[in-house]
Every structure is written in C-alpha cells, then in structure tokens.
Design a protein around this ligand. Structure first.
Ligand code: FAD
Length: 268
C-alpha cells in the first residue's frame, strides 16, 4: 500500500491578529504549524502502516522553503519520505490552481519514487484558507473516487474502507483504489514523534520539485494568472453587540414591550 499525504504549513491561527488598517492577517512572528487536519490524515496513514508494515507513506507540500519544517515534523511522526513543490510561478494560486499543481506533482512524485499511490490522504480543510476545496479538487483532476470527512480508514485488498462522519453519526464507505480521502478530527490524538525519528527527520534530505521539473504542467493554469478566484475586498466583520434582552414578568408583557420598542423605532 502506497499512501501520499498532502500537508500544508499554516500559521497558528490561535495566534493570528488582523491589521486594523489594512484588514490583512499579521503573519510576522506567528508560529507556523502542520495543518491539524493533515496531522489526522497522517495518523490515519500511520495506523494503516501499523497493520500493513510494507506501507509506504510519502508527504507532499506546496509552499515556500520554510514549509520543509512542517515536512520534517511529518517525517518525525510517521512519513517515510517528503517532497516540497515550490516556485515563483505558483505564487498567488487559488484552490483550483493549487489542486492542479498538487495533482501534477503527485504524478511527478510517482515517477521519482517508481510507484503508484493507492490512496491520497488530505486534511478536511486548512485552518487558514478554510475552503475544504483542495482535496476534492485533486480527486477531480486525477479522476479518483473520493470520500470526505474521514475519521478512520482501513485497507482490504484493493479497497479502502473509510469511517465517515455524517450529521446523524457515522457511515462506512468502501472505495476502490486509487482513491482520495479527506480527514476530519477523530476521537483520538495523533501519535508523538520519538527522539530517534526526530533526529533522523532533522538529517533527512527533502527534494524540492520546481515548476520546470514537472514537464507536463500547464503554467497558464498556475499562479495568480491561472486562478479564476478574484478577491475583491477583505474586511473585519463588525463585532455584534449582545443585543437587547426583554424579560418582563410574563410572555405577554415581554411581547408588549417588544412591540412598543419596535414601534418607537418606526420598524413596525
Ligand atoms: P483547503 O482546501 O481547506 O485544504 C484542504 C487540504 O488540502 C489540506 O488539509 C491539505 O491536505 C491539502 N492542501 C491544501 N493546500 C495545500 C498545500 N499548499 N500543500 C499541500 N497540501 C495542501 N496562498 C499562498 O500561500 N500564497 C499566495 O500567494 C496565495 N495567493 C492567493 C491568491 C488568490 C487569488 C486566492 C483566492 C488565494 C490565494 N492563496 C495563496 C491561498 C491559497 O489559494 C490557498 O491557501 C490554497 O489554495 C489552499 O486552500 P485552503 O487553504 O482553503 O485549503
């Protein structure tokens, strides 16, 4: 079983503040972390490897050179190999361009590794972009079946059985490989890296794949120019006040008071 996990390095949003003048995120000094949902995807792959030790887990990230820190963390936890895809031509990519670049890079990694991936695992969403579009879009680009909101996955021959979160509880969905699964927060916590794996990860060589290395990529579909999404405006929503609570002696008295207030404000 060969699994590729897509990992995004994200700013720790619990530390994020908004610039009150420019209305943009203040990223300076904000620690970068592995997107938590990608940690669940990696743990799901690691659990498959626990049961099937010949499983190979490869992690892939698109981002600047600093994203290698996130990949090293994944190597320390459970990944066997990591790749970064990076280049100026990819800057300004929206989700459609990002998923296109990742899907073309997956084919390149398969070529470099000399294997085919049976499953692509992603997080449900990135905690900074929050769109939850990249996983399903990669599945579309590769023409793979997909299961979203995975909690756990197990392999049975050429089938991946996914326990999937739904509003009423859980569903078990079986998909044939090759497939794509996105993972959400399960009941368990991902494992911690061991000291030995941490030291090996620090020494690991992480190849950087540049746009020129991906021979078949159409650069017109990458970067800002290849991105159909246009951000017209960003703003910080006004803080809502607590509202007015009307609590008279009885419901009838409360309704009467509300009617009076709405009438005084010329709303009714
Ligand atoms: P989601 O769709 O919520 O992520 C789902 C899952 O997909 C993740 O859990 C992960 O498994 C996988 N995934 C997502 N992104 C990556 C990645 N990069 N590498 C590996 N796996 C991944 N962002 C920039 O960083 N630089 C820019 O210059 C930039 N310019 C943009 C310009 C425009 C016009 C727009 C609309 C967006 C831009 N963005 C930029 C944001 C960028 O498009 C998104 O961050 C990116 O497409 C991922 O979307 P998301 O964060 O919503 O991920």
């Amino acid at each position: 079983m060969n699994i590729l996990v897509c990992v995004k390095q994200v700013p720790d949003t619990t530390e994020i503040k908004i610039d009150p003048v420019k209305n943009t995120l203040i990223r300076e000094g904000v620690p970068a972390i592995v997107n938590p949902f990608d940690g669940y995807a990696l743990e799901a792959a690691a659990r498959i490897k626990d049961k099937n030790p010949d499983t190979r887990i490869v992690v892939l990230s698109m981002g600047p050179e600093q994203a290698k820190a996130a990949l090293k963390e994944c190597l320390a936890i459970a990944a066997d190999k990591a790749y970064l895809v990076s280049g100026r031509e990819f800057g300004g990519s929206d989700t459609l361009a990002t998923s296109y670049i990742l899907s073309e890079t997956i084919k390149k990694v398969e070529e470099m590794e000399g294997i085919k991936f049976d499953a692509i695992f992603c997080g449900k969403q990135a905690i900074d972009g929050d769109t939850a579009q990249v996983g399903p879009e990669i599945a579309e680009h590769l023409d793979y079946p997909q299961v979203t909101y995975g909690l756990e996955a197990e392999v049975d021959g050429d089938t991946v059985k996914v326990k999937k979160e739904v509003e009423e509880g859980v569903e078990i969905i079986a998909v044939k490989t090759p497939c794509l699964v996105t993972f959400t927060k399960p009941a368990w916590d991902p494992r911690y890296p061991t000291i030995k794996r941490k030291m090996a990860a620090n020494r690991a060589d992480i190849p950087t794949i540049a746009p020129a290395d991906i021979i078949n990529i159409d650069l017109a579909r990458c970067g800002l120019n290849g991105s159909p999404t246009k951000v017209k405006k960003t703003f910080v929503p006004q803080k809502k006040t607590g509202g007015v609570k009307i609590k008279e002696g009885t419901n009838e008295e409360s309704a009467k008071k509300l009617f009076g207030m709405l009438s005084d404000a010329s709303i009714i």
